[in-house]
Design a protein around this ligand. Structure first.
Ligand code: XMP
Length: 513
């Protein structure tokens, strides 16, 4: 058996918690591989699996609610289990303890007193702040369980059965508001479950390469490169696994930022040495977008044209059976209904796999963005490539309000290059999710060199975000904004005004279209 196969993982069962993915992330940060499974994962999935320990997530339901998510405890036998919030209540409920509906709900910070640390609270202080968010709570632990901690309100905050290694906590150790939470999770992983911290980007690569080889066999694969980090890292991994049987296809739609198309060519064809087919379709996309102002119509045309060109390129290459996609964890909606190989139409090249009868290879579908970056670095991608900002599939077209023309693309690219350069020069890039320029479509009067000027209004957009589901506009220092505005108005012909977008998401979106 290879080292990779021996390694064992943690499964987080999802009971609908807002924080379920975060639990996985904390486990992986501790160096143990974790996956999120639906709470009703079929028995077959457990049989012969390498699952070493189970964490039950929280969830919005009461164990008494009709249709409340359940779990088959058969999978727990012989495995350490940690139930969090709803997970603890369910554990108690199913194993013969007593849960009462929430007369004394606790929401927010609570102080907890440890009565019996066992392994779970090893090294933690006897009194600690934790983050609570529950209505129901356990009033009687199941047979074999002991009360390990209570909150100030007297609510049972942790229970444990050291024999079976089953534990439950009413609070959320995965959130940063529980300062001892990371230590508690590590205690569960290392002291209770006896796992070792051996999950690293390098070990991920070894395992992923092995899985890709098994999936693709002697087949051939193609990868559509968008210029972004996800598709690049996915392609690099598959290239490592199957070498020349992968060809990367880069459709240059002319909607990338300044210098990016050249970078993709240099990096993929040069540094990474991957077979690369470049389709120069800049004029074709401009033709398709002529006169189009409706954002959805732009997206549709870009998507359709992309698919046509990609299909043609693949045919020219002699076809393939597999399509590599850089789908990430947050893109995967684990519904539990045969999720493993479901094709995600929301993704960049949605529609393509069904039409071309391609099977998907998605080596990054268990990872978060920062983990993808770590893997990219380990694969030897340069820092500039792995740290690239997220960028929408339809490119600059959704940052140009109104018609996309060669001239307007030129103005936007030049303005965007200034925004990027100034934010990066000020050392602010790492704290931001995205920072870019938008052509607002508003034309305003200005004065340049004593003459009346009438030109484009550029909006600067900079946001902070965890996952792009929500975002806050970034409070960039005024001097940085001033430099950006001065430079854009001075250096970009056709631009007379610069504004700063102070809309958060929601209600706004990050992109303008
Ligand atoms: P919004 O504008 O919806 O964007 O707040 C959220 C994040 O997704 C990116 N984005 C896209 N990414 N294809 C993509 O791959 C798209 O069509 C697309 N539209 C938006 C956006 O840049 C932001 O990071």
């Amino acid at each position: 058996m290879s080292g990779a196969a021996r390694r064992r993982k943690v499964v987080v069962l999802d009971f609908g918690a807002q924080y379920a993915q975060l639990i996985c992330r904390r486990v992986r940060e501790a160096g143990v591989y974790a996956e999120l499974w639906p709470h009703d994962a079929p028995g077959a999935r457990w049989e012969g699996s390498d699952v070493a320990a189970i964490i039950l997530s929280g969830g919005p339901e009461s164990v008494y609610a009709e249709g409340a998510p359940r779990v088959d405890t058969a999978a727990f036998v012989g495995r350490p289990v940690l139930g969090i919030c709803y997970g603890m209540q369910l554990l108690a409920h199913l194993l013969g303890g007593r849960v009462v509906p929430g007369a004394v709900g606790e929401y927010g910070r609570a102080r907890l007193t440890v009565e019996e640390p066992l392994d779970l609270f090893h090294g933690l202080p006897p009194s600690m702040d934790v983050w609570m968010s529950h209505g129901d709570h356990v009033v009687e632990p199941p047979p074999g369980f002991r009360v390990l901690a209570r909150s100030e309100a007297g609510v049972i905050a942790a229970v444990g059965d050291p024999e079976r290694r089953w534990y439950g906590v009413q609070f959320h150790p995965e959130v940063t508001h529980t300062p001892g939470g990371t230590a508690l999770i590590r205690n569960f992983l290392f002291r209770v479950a006896g796992l070792r911290a051996e999950w690293t980007p390098a070990s991920f690569i070894d395992e992923a390469v092995e899985r890709i080889r098994q999936q693709v066999g002697e087949g051939r694969a193609i990868a559509a490169l968008s210029g972004g980090v996800d598709s690049m890292v996915a392609a690099a991994l598959v290239h490592r696994a199957i070498g020349e049987r992968l060809t990367a296809v880069f459709v240059d739609h002319g909607l990338l930022r300044e210098g990016e198309a050249e970078e993709v060519r240099r990096l993929v064809g040069g540094t990474l040495g991957m077979p690369l087919k470049v389709v120069d379709a800049r004029q074709r996309f401009l033709d398709e977008l002529r006169g189009v102002v409706d954002p959805e119509e732009k997206r549709r045309r870009i998507g359709r044209t992309f698919i046509e060109l990609f299909e043609a390129a693949t045919t020219e290459l002699g076809g393939a059976e597999f399509l590599v996609q850089g789908t990430l964890y947050p893109d995967v909606v684990e519904s539990g209904r045969g999720a493993a190989d479901v094709i995600k139409t929301h993704h960049n090249v949605g529609g393509l796999p069904e039409r071309m009868r391609l099977r998907l290879v998605e080596p990054l579908r268990e990872l978060f963005k920062d983990e993808v970056r770590a893997v990219g670095r380990q694969l030897g991608l340069p820092e500039a490539a792995v740290m690239r900002q997220p960028f929408p599939g339809p490119g600059l077209a959704v940052r140009i309000v109104g018609e996309v023309t060669a001239e307007r693309l030129r103005v936007l690219r030049a303005a965007d290059a200034i925004v990027r350069a100034e934010v990066e020069r000020a050392g602010l890039a790492r704290g931001l999710w995205q920072y870019f320029a938008v052509l607002t479509g508003a034309h305003t009067v200005g004065v340049k060199g004593d003459r009346r000027a009438y030109g484009e209004t550029v909006a600067v957009r900079a946001v902070t975000s965890e996952d792009a589901m929500t975002a806050d506009w970034a409070e960039l220092p005024h001097e940085v904004l001033k430099r950006i505005a001065d430079r854009i108005t001075a250096e970009v012909p056709g631009c007379t005004r610069v504004v700063y977008d102070i809309t958060s998401k929601p209600p706004g979106t990050i992109e303008w279209e």
